[in-house]
Design a protein around this ligand. Structure first.
Ligand SMILES: O=C(O)c1cc(C(=O)O)oc(=O)c1
Length: 310
């Protein structure tokens, strides 16, 4: 892979660039595997970062994303609009249009979006919108605006991706459960993995999924959630083992509603930047049988993003 570069923008101080030269995973992905959560950043010279952004990343182009996809052994990608681009979806859509149909997208949209713009996005491969409740990433959008957006995209058959911190679930739960679409939770609802797996906080999340069959979950981002590591670096084959039981519990309880993604290029990590090859090697620890791996990596994302092929 080519090296990270920065265009006309100055990166947030302390920014960690994505890992160059990732190892080849030891885990062999099943045929047709989908990386169901990844991003493109810019390049900033071509697709400027949004004025309202909370961070400025290094560039991460579609060519670099697809080179990683091929290196790791994925067949397809779901490109999720990154908050540093606000509601300007051009970089993400450009990535979809240059994917030979092998990428779908999740957009960020505002109330004023036209029906024509939504139709163009749909034609490009957008199949969802992202509602973000993580305070360090976005200023909140009022709930009435989100409800209006949800009603409009429901008509297109899209779903809503939600990103929130575990401590905020009690307050947001009623809003989420009233949404009219499939709901996909980013990064396991960000559990605090230093708390007990059988404790009330994680149980609330499991109950949220148990009681609402339209709620799906990405069992992604152990590198973000881990407290006691070890990180996916230096050949580590048992990385982020404090996160593994949480992800495994979700996969085994809801095998037909889980997705996995790299989260490349891993925005806002501070401690380390994972070797994406070793990150893939975490998968067999959280989906421990070929059957669970097939659902997590192929059947579920295909049903959600390429239903016409199922
Ligand atoms: O936790 C994060 O910092 C983060 C940020 C973004 C984004 O800026 O879009 O996306 C993610 O999936 C995770």
């Amino acid at each position: 892979m080519s090296k990270p570069v920065t265009g006309p923008f100055e990166k947030t101080p302390g920014w960690l660039d994505w890992y160059t030269g990732p190892s080849t995973p030891r885990f062999k992905l099943p045929t047709g595997a989908v990386d169901a959560h990844c991003h493109v950043f810019g390049p900033g010279g071509e697709y400027p970062y949004a004025p309202e952004r909370k961070y400025t990343p290094c560039d991460a182009s579609r060519a670099q994303l697809y080179a990683l996809r091929d290196h790791l052994g994925f067949s397809r990608s779901v490109v999720v609009q990154a908050t540093c681009h606000g509601a300007d979806n051009r970089a993400m859509i450009d990535a979809l249009l240059h994917s030979d149909g092998k990428a779908r997208g999740v957009a960020t949209i505002r109330r004023g979006v036209s029906d024509a713009a939504l139709a163009t996005m749909h034609a490009a491969g957008v199949r969802g919108v992202r509602f973000n409740f993580v305070r360090r990433l976005v200023d909140f959008t009022p709930k009435d605006e989100l409800n209006e957006i949800a009603a409009r995209i429901a008509r297109l058959g899209w779903h809503v991706v939600i990103y929130f911190e575990a401590v905020d679930l009690p307050e947001l739960r009623d809003f989420f459960t009233a949404l009219p679409t499939t709901i996909v939770v980013d990064h396991m609802g960000r559990p605090d993995v230093s708390k007990p797996i059988d404790g009330p906080e994680f149980e609330l999340f499991l109950r949220f999924m148990r009681e609402h069959a339209n709620v799906w979950c990405k069992v992604s981002c152990p590198e973000r959630l881990s407290v006691s590591g070890p990180p996916a670096l230096h050949g580590e084959q048992n990385a982020y083992r404090d996160v593994v039981p949480f992800a495994r519990r979700i996969v085994e309880t809801f095998p037909d509603r889980v997705l996995w993604g790299t989260d490349w290029p891993h925005p806002n990590l501070t401690g380390h930047m994972p070797d994406d090859g070793l990150l893939v090697d975490v998968i067999p620890h959280i989906a421990v049988t070929p059957d669970l791996q097939q659902k997590l990596l192929v059947d579920n994302p295909m049903r959600l993003y390429w239903p016409e092929e199922c």
